[in-house]
Design a protein around this ligand. Structure first.
Ligand code: GPK
Length: 839
């Protein structure tokens, strides 16, 4: 397909192609060429952003060669393909990652240096596509990296939000949201494919008709139609030629202009339809783990799911595959229930648009889908009121009723008429008002259902999805999450990468289990010395960032104690703050106290409508203000809130951590993935027995993990026996002092009303049991401080953490999905040049 090209070194004899060559001279030439012909600038007038764009296009050219070849091979071979459906893809900046995966980071760095440019500065110019809220969206991004690296044919399907997750400013200690205009300066990583646009229907009514064989069929007469335009981004694997596709859909009006309205003299009316259609993909909903029953959100979900399934049908037709083979061509994964309407939509497409009968269509549908559940929190479980659902998707509601009717018949057949059980299993919730339960639709319509950590999968089966587990236990499985070592070690922590590679070679980057081989150096003084040096340099780097962004000066020799993640009550950032206040009080009471100096770093966004989460941000900043300016405290304690946590800002953070805070109430954090990023980079964890913390602790060894707090069972038992948070407060003077200070305005210039809602919540209800876990947490932190003073012991623990994190590579997770759920095989891609071996 692609003409053969020279790779590698420039030789005097032959000249590399400017679009594919990777020698330093070629890269420089290609870069200047792109500056001229793409940006229309010469160096004297070029801005940093122009240089970034020129470099992005230079890298893109090298991606395209692999992308086009990959597409050709998949088309030729009709390869079985994973379709990963996700409302969120939190990709992070593309440039650095593509340099790593192409294996040209060093050449490009040298090329830029020779042109008197700083690669780091150019990397910093990229606006990241923040098309996700947190863990769920970032997991999708890590999985795309692993799928490409493992050479698995994959299409990621999602929404091209014009505005991603808001930018966070901190004003007077409060979060302020600012629109994320990530597309403002253009996006060099995407290519629009208007030729593959599809139509998506909404609203209206249905009517019966007879098909050619005289069988009843249903026709949907919609109220409106919206166009879906695909925008494709190449996803290159690590040091392979596989470049898969992330296909994101933008909504447009079918006719960008309503000429009838225009001719009637209604210019504004003519443009109106365009505006309302485009609203569909305007903005990402910024709620993490709470659903909001908004019509626009349901429209977004249906829109991208319908686009994706129609696109898959188009691919099948082009490859001349019969629709009966849909489940053989595509393994479709539902990333949570956001795309669960796909179950009904595939049925509709097969039945109504392709004239299939119910039974074969239903068999294909069930064999096609897998469903990943990401949370047990009841407020996150999506349900749509029948009123809204039927007005927007009347045909889908009919199909869901039919699915439900047939399903409940089977339930009756297996368990007899147990009305309680039937009510609990029904796809329709009739408890107060009527709702469609999306998790139920996903369970019934999928052949596999998985949780994201061992504990989480167990709890799913024992609680949230117990009735489904009893009905079809064989559908249930666990796939513990993972993260990609390419972005989260190689790109984020180049110094550590070089040290590890200098000891054991670079095979660990593709096979993270191999990193275990550094264990032999865990007690080697020379290695420890280098390990410590790297951690210190990474901390100095973050200290500079903190000074620049917050004005707070921190000591790189203090213990960097870091909690970065979405702000949520169940994640308990406020427990961490109670520890900060406790340390502060201890120093104030004993000004000569010889404590281990600490820097507490926080970052994370709160959902704009989540009042208590926003108040927690205000509390962190208020405590920081008092602690940081108190001369009695000095360098022994600093508290910093780093604004605008996102993928880009997080990358320097993980490598700089000594201590990783993973302190959710047991049973509430499905998995966690930040916990993995920290431990891989040599941070020790202080954590509860929750989510993947349990598996991390098993892997690194209990002696290398700081465990505290209630277990899931304890939490349940305590709740049953009657939990009285105020008792803990009354009986614990340190805790009482800290809470009283918050209540009395000590951190709020005497304002007693500011934090009252938070204080009342903690003392009266304390739904996440901070009061019960406070003292065990404080005691465990004391252990941390003690251990940190034993430098050699700490270093050994840190090295062992990195060495034993092999299991938590997303490559392992994806191999499990491939074997247990998707039944897909790798399809290696060779470039034409490699196949023919000529120049
Ligand atoms: C789970 F349900 C959700 C959600 O709406 N958003 C989200 O980020 C997270 N998650 C879990 O909270 C994490 O524990 C988990 O690691 C992550 O999904 C990926 O599975």
């Amino acid at each position: 397909i692609q003409e053969p090209q020279l790779q590698g070194q420039d030789t005097g004899m032959q000249c590399e192609d400017d679009r594919t060559g990777i020698g330093v001279e070629t890269l420089k030439r290609a870069f200047l060429d792109n500056l001229f012909y793409v940006q229309g600038k010469f160096p004297a007038l070029a801005t940093k952003h122009d240089y970034y764009m020129a470099l992005a296009y230079t890298v893109r050219d090298r991606l395209l060669q692999r992308w086009v070849n990959t597409a050709a091979i998949y088309t030729q071979q009709g390869s079985r393909t994973v379709a990963y459906l996700s409302a969120e893809f939190l990709m992070g900046p593309h440039l650095g990652n593509n340099l790593i995966n192409l294996g040209i980071y060093n050449q490009v760095q040298q090329a830029m240096t020779e042109l008197k440019l700083d690669l780091k500065e150019l990397l910093a110019k990229e606006e990241e596509p923040g098309l996700g809220n947190g863990g769920l969206g970032r997991l999708a991004a890590c999985y795309l990296d692993s799928l490409a690296s493992l050479e698995i044919p994959t299409l990621g399907y999602g929404i091209r939000y014009e505005f991603g997750i808001f930018d966070q400013l901190i004003r007077n200690g409060w979060q302020v949201e600012k629109t994320d205009k990530w597309l403002r300066y253009g996006n060099p990583w995407e290519i629009a494919r208007p030729e593959w646009a599809v139509s998506v229907k909404f609203g209206g009514r249905t009517e019966a008709h007879k098909n050619a064989q005289g069988r009843y069929r249903v026709r949907w007469i919609p109220h409106k139609v919206v166009l879906g335009i695909p925008y494709d981004t190449p996803i290159l694997g690590y040091k392979v030629n596989t470049a898969n596709t992330l296909r994101l859909w933008k909504a447009e009006a079918p006719e960008s202009f309503d000429f009838e309205a225009f001719n009637r003299g209604n210019y504004y009316g003519a443009v109106d339809q365009k505006v309302t259609s485009e609203n569909l993909t305007k903005v990402l909903y910024p709620n993490d783990e709470t659903y909001e029953g908004k019509q626009l959100r349901l429209e977004q979900q249906y829109f991208f799911v319908s686009c994706a399934l129609q696109d898959m049908l188009r691919i099948m037709l082009r490859q001349k595959l019969p629709l009966e083979q849909f489940h053989e061509k595509f393994a479709v994964q539902l990333n949570d229930t956001h795309p669960a309407i796909a179950v009904a939509e595939l049925m509709r497409l097969l039945l109504d648009e392709h004239d299939m009968d119910w039974e074969p269509a239903w068999e294909i549908t069930q064999k096609t889908f897998g469903y990943t559940n990401h949370t047990l929190l009841p407020e996150a479980l999506e349900k749509w009121s029948l009123k809204l659902f039927s007005s927007l998707l009347p045909r889908h509601l009919e199909i869901i009723y039919e699915i439900n009717w047939r399903f409940l018949e089977q339930v009756r057949h297996k368990f007899g008429t147990d009305e309680g059980r039937i009510g609990r299993l029904s796809l329709i919730d009739e408890n107060d008002g009527k709702f469609v339960r999306m998790a139920h639709l996903a369970c019934v319509g999928s052949h596999k259902i998985n949780g994201v950590a061992a504990l989480h999968s167990e709890l799913l089966q024992k609680t949230t999805l117990l009735d489904f587990y009893e009905f079809f236990p064989e559908k249930f499985t666990n796939i513990t999450n993972g993260v990609t070592p390419r972005r989260w070690i190689v790109l984020s922590n180049p110094k550590l990468t070089n040290l590890i590679t200098s000891c054991i070679g670079d095979n660990w980057i593709k096979h993270l289990e191999d990193v275990q081989r550094i264990e032999t150096y865990a007690e080697d003084p020379g290695f420890q010395q280098e390990w410590q040096q790297i951690k210190r340099e990474n901390k100095v780097n973050v200290a500079e960032i903190l000074l620049d962004r917050t004005g707070v000066k921190v000591d790189p020799d203090s213990l960097f104690d870091i909690q970065v993640k979405r702000i949520h009550q169940y994640k308990r950032q406020h427990l961490n703050i109670l520890h900060a206040i406790t340390l502060y009080n201890q120093i104030k009471q004993n000004p000569n106290l010889d404590i281990t100096p600490r820097t507490l770093i926080f970052a994370g966004k709160a959902a704009p409508g989540y009042y208590i989460a926003k108040l927690i941000i205000k509390l962190i900043n208020s405590v920081a203000e008092v602690v940081n300016k108190d001369p009695d405290i000095g360098d022994r304690l600093k508290v910093v809130f780093l604004p605008d946590y996102n993928v880009k800002n997080s990358q320097p953070i993980y490598p700089a951590a000594d201590l990783s805070e993973q302190i959710s109430t047991a049973g509430k954090e499905a998995s966690g993935t930040g916990n993995m990023k920290f431990a891989m980079n040599g941070a020790l964890t202080i954590g509860t027995l929750d989510g993947t913390n349990i598996e991390i602790r098993n892997a690194v060894g209990a002696e290398n993990f700081f465990l505290f707090g209630l277990t899931t069972e304890d939490v349940g038992a305590l709740r049953l026996t009657g939990y009285r948070p105020r008792e803990y407060y009354k009986e614990n003077p340190q805790l009482k002092q800290a809470i009283d200070q918050i209540a009395s305005g000590y951190f709020s210039h005497g304002d007693r009303s500011l934090f009252k809602p938070l204080v009342d919540l903690l003392l009266d209800k304390d739904p996440f049991m901070l009061m019960a876990d406070y003292q065990p947490y404080i005691d465990c932190q004391q252990q941390v401080s003690q251990t940190y003073r034993d430098r050699d012991r700490w270093l050994q623990m840190s090295i062992l953490n990195t060495a034993r994190m092999g299991k938590f590579s997303s490559d392992r997770a994806i191999r499990e999905y491939c074997q247990q759920i998707w039944k897909v095989q790798p399809v290696p891609v060779q470039l034409a040049a490699e196949k023919t071996g000529d120049g």
